[in-house]
Design a protein around this ligand. Structure first.
Ligand code: KIV
Length: 263
């Protein structure tokens, strides 16, 4: 696979070409996803749950993220690689710069931050200093204790309007990508049209530019439960390589996510 850059994703958005993305945490799976030609990988702080067995993502450190980012980059040189900034590692713009540098040096092409308008100064500071940013809106798992659980976000009119505004503000601040998690499909569609940058959805319907799944959910091997918006491609295909290929194909053909995976 040719090296993927943010310019490719931008072009695909303009052409209406959907793309697949998945989380990865180690070199072996990163390589398998490279062979499957999945163009975007995320070293998610979901590793706190799926690798470390914690109930949430809050205990993940920058050192954990740098370690797994380095491992993924070692196995895959062509995907556009995003890495999550963990809980409280970007509480101030200065702190965000120091910590984002660790992830970029480990091989990330972009860092992902959870939150809306309050991150405008942070996004500006990072992007002006050569750190590309993906903004994560909707169900932001680091805020689980504010939300009182992992709940669909943006269901009421005010919250939906605020999310559209946040997306536009973050784009203006310099964000080059948006992840939308667990929001109604019609809101995700509206946000995707309201911004020029690519939008990747998870539990956000099939009108976003791309889709992402946690790899353990895509393979149906998560320890706890299977989210309603996910699909077990290993059960469908019988082996991991075919599962990754089937996921990519179903995203590109707009087969996944179907109405049964959409809020
Ligand atoms: O940490 C993660 O895996 C994520 C995805 C759910 C988008 O942020």
């Amino acid at each position: 696979m040719k090296k993927v850059t943010i310019n490719d994703l931008l072009k695909w958005k303009q052409e209406g070409r959907k793309f697949a993305s998945v989380t990865a945490y180690d070199a072996s799976f990163a390589k398998l996803f490279e062979e499957a030609e999945i163009p975007v990988l995320l070293v998610g702080d979901s590793l706190g749950m799926v690798l470390q067995g914690k109930p949430d993502t809050l205990d993940v450190s920058i050192a954990d993220m740098a370690y797994h980012t380095r491992s993924v980059r070692a196995g895959n040189t062509s995907a556009l690689l995003m890495a999550d900034m963990p809980f409280m590692t970007y509480a101030t713009p200065e702190q965000a710069c120091t910590n984002a540098a660790e992830l970029m040096k480990a091989g990330a092409n972009m860092v992902k931050l959870e939150g809306g308008a309050f991150l405008v100064d942070t996004v500006k500071m990072l992007t002006e200093r050569a750190v590309p940013v993906c903004a994560h809106l909707g169900l932001t798992p680091q805020s689980v204790n504010i939300f009182g659980g992992y709940k669909v976000q943006g269901r009421d009119q005010d919250a939906a309007e605020q999310m559209v505004k946040d997306a536009i503000l973050l784009q203006k601040a310099g964000a080059q990508l948006i992840v939308l998690e667990c929001v109604p499909g019609d809101l995700a569609s509206r946000i995707t049209q309201a911004v020029d940058i690519p939008v990747i959805g998870i539990g956000a319907g099939n009108e976003t530019d791309g889709q992402i799944l946690v790899m353990h959910d895509m393979f149906g091997i998560s320890a706890n439960y299977m989210p309603r918006f996910s699909k077990n491609y290993l059960a469908q295909t019988g082996d991991m390589r075919s599962a990754a290929a089937a996921y990519k194909q179903e995203v590109e053909q707009s087969i996944f996510p179907g109405p049964e995976h959409t809020f």
